[in-house]
Design a protein around this ligand. Structure first.
Ligand code: ADP
Length: 751
């Protein structure tokens, strides 16, 4: 029997909802279902008629980049009543819909769960009232429900991230960056209020990413009765130490230990009283919800939407209501109501003033971020413990510049100074280690580095050889360096590997060394994501949005060339985020027959009303089939149907201020790196630790350096196994011109 699937967005809107709708619709159609859009959430479900309409493949074209939700969202009082839900059930059955994908917050998902539970009774009532026939009711005896969390609050258990959170963080961090620069000019203090009635995620991560000086969140109120004194004391000391601005971030639901609200106005008054200076309040409000979704939100929503549609199409009467979420970077299915219940537990814990439980439920990553923030905001390090060993830690960048390098250096410097160690900044990467361009860094020397793009320490692609090793050995001894933290890309990894291999010849190389992945290419071993790649992805996606807009009037195909060297990460992910129909990767190779197929696809598309084509090509996808070659080929073969333009994005991909994600990843990895180096120095083993760190399965994991060569494809400078290659089928399926099109052309594609 034909499967009919309804999709709705409900409750507060969130950027990324459109990407989810697009993925649900196209995946549903690809799997053979008929998909209905239910406009204006539950309100539309109750009104029925035109509010519930079949939706086609092309109806969801060109919406990936749009904020909000094109199928509308609403709050519905009527749906809270049984009568309202009976009317909703009637409208669904009338259209033959018994599968729902609901995109919304916990309220909307609870509503869907209740509808599903009541469904058999509601149908029985409708039959008894003569509104539905028994046959109709029997045909749709069960309602399958799959939920995706669309909410900028990130307050749901069962998913690490909800749709819209990353974009909201972008808005917050942009705003605080802007406020910081004006605050610094006037030596002013600002209080910034961000959304989050019951969840401090946005406030905490926003503060961490913008280098703010104090944060107030509902889950962990300040634990002193005189927290006001403490906060002012820290801000005052910061000023004395040379900071020009002070920023306090307040979550809208911030409370004190007794449960009394702490308003941003109250914080302002406290600061004015204690510091005797002008304090300004900025309430960010709805800008946090608005605007075009970030690259991450587009990709996350696409993956969640595809998985949700698949789960809904495959659901059987026995299936429970599911939540599709992301945990440790994997798309997961969880029982919907259990997640909603656990999420409510956090709120209940806060209401009971059981803050320990609230923090526990938020998870380890949240707790760790809070601890790191508390150290980073201090104006001054902890006093030294008498007799403590003070390590001298060399910190350097190497490889191409990656946005977020400065955030990593700042965190590494502050966290090591805080523990009593002495960080040494090495200028221009290994070149500086060779020439002895090395200087001590202190707490304030990295002030204000968090939001800065580029690499303040300088970086270079120099890989030491021959006599360089002697020079490095001499400098390590001269500066009495106990450990090395290299923050960089491929050239940096290669350099550290070389020092490691030369340990037998140069005893001074027998010190702990850690590589922290920072490269826009995301081609480094032992890490799912490298610092800088999220910023580059956002830069690409923004540029592609503009390129697409430039072509409104004409039939045009763009070939956009992106960086990555031999690694196709940026190409594939930007294709997923921008809806490009084709992506050329070195990992897959480019064959003439592929290009012929692509031309056939384009010709067919433009013949049937298509206006815009978009192909993304990795810069080294194929040495002969270059971007210009492909553009020329398509231009010639397109004839009068369409013209072709190429766009090589170039260095804008390496620049820009780091995204919130990159800043926070950098900080988190730097914290772990310093811990590792410290442990290794204390244990002082004969063969001291040399390792790469990176996020793996949501945790900061470590890979010993001796295992690295086996994991690498040296020739093409990328890991042998690349997790993101598994996302190719989804990108391909969602970007085809019509459901089943690629399969009809002989491609085997599995979701
Ligand atoms: P969000 O989904 O963003 O949390 P709301 O809590 O406002 O937003 O919920 C959106 C809509 O979902 C409500 O207007 C209502 O129609 C429906 N809803 C919320 N909670 C329930 C509930 N307990 N029972 C039935 N429907 C609900």
């Amino acid at each position: 029997m034909e499967k009919r699937l309804g999709v709705l967005t409900s409750g507060g809107d969130a950027p990324g909802m459109n990407a989810a709708v697009r993925a649900v619709v196209r995946t549903g159609l690809e799997l053979g279902a008929t998909v209905y859009a239910i406009y204006e959430g539950y309100r539309g479900m109750i009104r029925g008629g035109d509010f519930i309409r079949a939706i086609g493949w092309n109806d969801v074209g060109g919406i990936l980049h749009r904020g909000g939700t094109v199928i509308g969202t609403a709050r519905s009082r009527k749906f809270l009543t049984r009568d309202g839900r009976r009317q909703a059930a009637y409208n669904l059955v009338r259209q033959g819909i018994d599968r729902l994908v609901v995109i919304g917050g916990d309220g909307s998902l609870t509503g869907a769960h209740i509808l599903r539970q009541e469904w058999p009774e509601l149908l029985a009532e409708l039959v008894a009232q003569g509104e539905l026939s028994q046959e109709e009711a029997d045909q749709h005896a069960y309602l399958s429900v799959v939920g995706i969390v669309g909410s900028i609050d990130n307050d749901m258990v069962g998913t690490d991230m909800t749709i819209g959170v990353d974009t909201a963080l972008h808005r917050i961090v942009d705003a605080i960056d802007a406020i910081s620069s004006t605050a610094a000019s006037h030596q002013r203090t600002f209080v910034v209020e961000v959304m989050g009635r019951r969840c401090g995620y946005l406030a905490l991560m926003g503060a961490l990413a913008s280098g703010a000086d104090w944060v107030l969140i509902p889950e962990s109120p300040p634990n002193l009765d005189d927290w006001e004194e403490k906060m002012c004391d820290i801000l005052r000391k910061g000023r004395e130490a040379g900071r020009r601005d002070s920023i306090v971030v307040v979550a809208e639901g911030a409370i004190d230990r007794k449960g009394n609200p702490i308003s941003s106005q109250y914080v302002k008054e406290v600061l004015e009283d204690h510091l005797g200076e002008d304090v300004r309040v900025t309430v960010l409000g709805h800008v946090q919800r608005g605007g075009s979704p970030s690259a991450y939100d587009r990709i996350l929503s696409t993956l969640l939407g595809a998985a949700a549609a698949k789960a809904a199409v495959e659901a059987t009467p026995e299936s429970e209501a599911l939540l599709i979420g992301v945990e440790d970077n994997q798309i997961v299915q969880r029982p919907l109501m259990e997640c909603v219940k656990l999420s409510h537990e956090v709120n209940e814990a806060i209401q009971r003033l059981d803050f320990q439980r609230a923090m526990e439920l938020r998870g380890r990553a949240f707790q760790r971020s809070f601890r790191i923030l508390r150290t980073l905001v201090r104006a001054m390090p902890h006093p030294l413990v008498p007799g403590q060993r003070r390590l001298r830690i060399a910190i350097l960048n190497a490889g191409g510049p990656a946005p977020g390098m400065n955030s990593a250096v700042r965190a590494a410097v502050r966290l090591s100074v805080d523990k009593g160690h002495i960080p040494l900044g090495v200028h221009r990467g290994f070149q500086g280690l060779i020439s002895g361009d090395i200087a001590e860094l202190d707490w304030m020397s990295v002030n204000g580095w968090t939001p800065m793009g580029g690499a303040e320490l300088g970086t270079s692609r120099t890989i030491p050889t021959g006599s360089d090793f002697y020079a490095i050995a001499r400098n390590l001894e001269a500066y009495q360096i106990d450990a090395i933290l290299m923050i960089g890309g491929w050239a940096g990894y290669q350099s550290v590997l070389r020092l490691y291999r030369e340990r037998r010849n140069f005893p001074s190389f027998n010190i702990p060394m850690v590589c922290l992945p920072a490269s826009i290419n995301n081609n480094l071993p032992g890490a799912r994501l490298s610092v800088g790649s999220d910023t580059a992805l956002n830069s690409i996606v923004e540029a592609v949005d503009k390129i697409k807009q430039s072509a409104v009037a004409s039939n045009r195909c763009f070939i956009v060339e992106v960086m990555g060297r031999y690694c196709g990460y940026l190409a594939l992910m930007s294709a997923l985020a921008s809806g490009a129909e084709r992506v050329y990767l070195h990992e897959e190779g480019v064959k003439l027959k592929d290009l012929e197929k692509d031309i056939a696809l384009l010709v067919d598309g433009f013949r049937h009303g298509k206006r815009l084509g978009l192909m993304i090509r990795n810069e080294r996808a194929n040495p002969l089939y270059t971007t210009s070659f492909i553009a020329a080929l398509f231009e010639e073969e397109g004839g009068d149907l369409f013209d072709v333009r190429q766009s090589v994005l170039g260095h804008l991909q390496q620049g820009g201020n780091p995204s919130p994600f990159d800043r926070n990843l950098a900080t988190r990895l730097a914290a772990r790196a310093i811990e590792l180096l410290e442990e290794a120095c204390i244990h002082a083993e004969e063969e001291p630790e040399a390792a790469c760190i990176g996020l793996q399965r949501g945790e900061t994991a470590m890979t010993p350096l001796h295992e690295i060569p086996r994991q690498l494809d040296e020739r093409y400078q990328r890991p042998r196994k690349q997790w993101w290659l598994a996302l190719r089928p989804i990108a391909r399926i969602l970007a085809q011109p019509a459901p089943g099109f690629l399969r009809a052309m002989g491609e085997e594609l599995h979701l």
